[in-house]
Ligand binder design. Structure first.
Ligand SMILES: C[S@@+](CC[C@H](N)C(=O)[O-])C[C@H]1O[C@@H](n2cnc3c(N)ncnc32)[C@H](O)[C@@H]1O
Length: 324
């Protein structure tokens, strides 16, 4: 079940029906197509809508392609990281500036990726220590765990996992791998049970949760990818176009929050009493802070428990385009 589906529809539909009620002439870019759940809903509701769907995981694209087959003449799928969205737009025959009416980012791993034990995302199941969203990319979690030096490992666990015991875990990883390199998720989970002190284990959630998140972010370069994708996405929105982002962990949400705050800020120097022409904000916020899923949805769909939704709209500048 797609997360916050109703809210995504409510936020994006006005941008997709500005020209025609059936979405004709409108383009929706789904930057994280996954199984195509959100996309299917928009294509069903709006029979004139065109959809560009991106995913870095080829198996997600295969599943989405089958699911979206009834709409094939209106759908373009591109295998890319979302920071390649400008290139994907060009490749699909659209401009990289003001060419898209709606954009959706539903970040992170899909339930389908978590369910496929062999991908190594889930600490609850033993699997190769992999965690690549795109199996063709070169770096695996095992490469990081077995080859990065102790300081680099501690830094990854601290920054991307906000793990209190990062240094201790890194030290134990380095000691253990000198005897036998890690190959499986279970070996790492066993080490984490030992490395994290018992009292912290009782209060801090599953001992592997933060380390697995950190490795996944590092393997997939998730934060840098997001940092460059959002500005490129905002650039591609037409006036009146809207972007919705669903983030599931605080590091990603903080990046979105900061980039949206910049986008909705005036560029007139703060000490000037009036707005300088051409310096008005180019975006307005559609959400107050981050929106969460309600208790009903969390019960039906546990994945939605962590979600934070933020949305912005591109606005017309009073002086029009072209003013510096
Ligand atoms: C939460 S799922 C999306 C689910 C989708 N909204 C649905 O309704 O089925 C996130 C998807 O984004 C993809 N993904 C994550 N990071 C990506 C990135 N940097 N570039 C492109 N796709 C990415 C993952 O492979 C995954 O399939």
């Amino acid at each position: 079940m797609p997360v916050l589906l109703h809210r995504c529809v409510e936020l994006l539909t006005p941008a997709l029906t500005r020209h025609h009620a059936d979405g004709s002439g409108a383009v929706l870019l789904d930057a994280t197509l996954g199984a195509g759940g959100h996309a299917e809903r928009f294509l069903t509701d709006l029979p004139g809508l065109r959809l560009i769907g991106l995913d870095r995981d080829p198996s997600a694209l295969d599943i989405a392609r089958a699911r979206l087959a009834p709409f094939a003449d209106r759908v373009t799928l591109v295998h890319t990281r979302y920071d390649g969205l400008a290139a994907a737009l060009t490749e699909s025959g659209y401009g990289t500036a003001e060419s898209v009416d709606g954009m959706l980012f539903d970040l992170g791993v899909s339930s389908m990726q978590l369910d496929r034990a062999e991908r190594g995302f889930a600490y609850a199941q033993d699997a190769p220590l992999d965690m690549r969203m795109d199996p063709r990319s070169p770096l695996t979690a095992a490469d990081i765990v077995n080859t990065y030096d102790e300081a680099a490992l501690a830094d990854i666990l601290h920054r991307y996992g906000e793990e209190r015991f990062a240094r201790r875990i890194a030290a134990q990883i380095v000691r253990r791998r000198a005897r036998t390199p890690f190959t499986s998720t279970a070996e790492l989970v066993a080490l984490l049970y030992q490395a994290i002190p018992a009292p912290a284990r009782r209060t801090g959630g599953h001992p592997a949760k933060r380390t697995f998140q950190a490795l996944r972010i590092a393997v997939n370069d998730e934060l840098d990818s997001l940092r460059s994708a959002i500005p490129a996405g905002l650039e591609a929105l037409r006036v009146g176009g809207r972007m919705v982002v669903l983030a599931y962990q605080s590091l990603e949400d903080r990046i979105v929050k900061r980039l949206f705050a910049d986008a909705v800020a005036s560029r007139t120097p703060v000490d000037l009493p009036v707005e300088l022409p051409g310096h008005e904000p180019r975006f307005r916020s559609l959400t107050h802070g981050a929106e969460r899923a309600d208790a009903d949805e969390v019960e039906r769909n546990p994945r939605s428990a962590a979600v934070r939704l933020r949305a912005v709209e591109r606005v017309q500048q009073a002086t029009g385009k072209g003013h510096a």
